[in-house]
Design a protein around this ligand. Structure first.
Ligand SMILES: [Zn+2]
Ligand SMILES: [Zn+2]
Length: 96
């Protein structure tokens, strides 16, 4: 699964998140930016405010800008539910 991603995927994902200004493009939740202090936040709060880049057509090799959308954990989870059964947030980081 992981090798379906291009080598520059971290750069691509970062650009999508920056363009979204670190907000979920579905519900508008402001997520944690790199370097932002997370002291005092619980692990579950951090996980909840972790922005992910989602492939709208579920194809990780299709990295056209129109296929990519920045989503918070909850919205990202919802997108994948029913497709692969129930998956954890940890697994979502791998499939985006
Ligand atoms: Zn959201
Ligand atoms: Zn996804």
């Amino acid at each position: 699964m992981k090798n379906r991603y291009p080598e520059n995927w971290p750069d691509i994902a970062l650009k999508v998140k920056q363009a979204a200004r670190w907000r979920c493009q579905e519900c508008g939740l402001k997520c944690i930016e790199p370097g932002q202090k997370t002291k005092g936040l619980s692990r579950s709060e951090i996980a909840k405010h972790c922005l992910a880049v989602h492939h709208q057509n579920y194809k990780p090799e299709d990295n056209r800008p129109e296929n990519l959308i920045a989503l918070c954990s909850a919205c990202h989870c919802a997108k994948h539910q029913g497709r692969r059964g129930s998956i954890t947030i940890g697994q979502l980081e791998l499939i985006s």
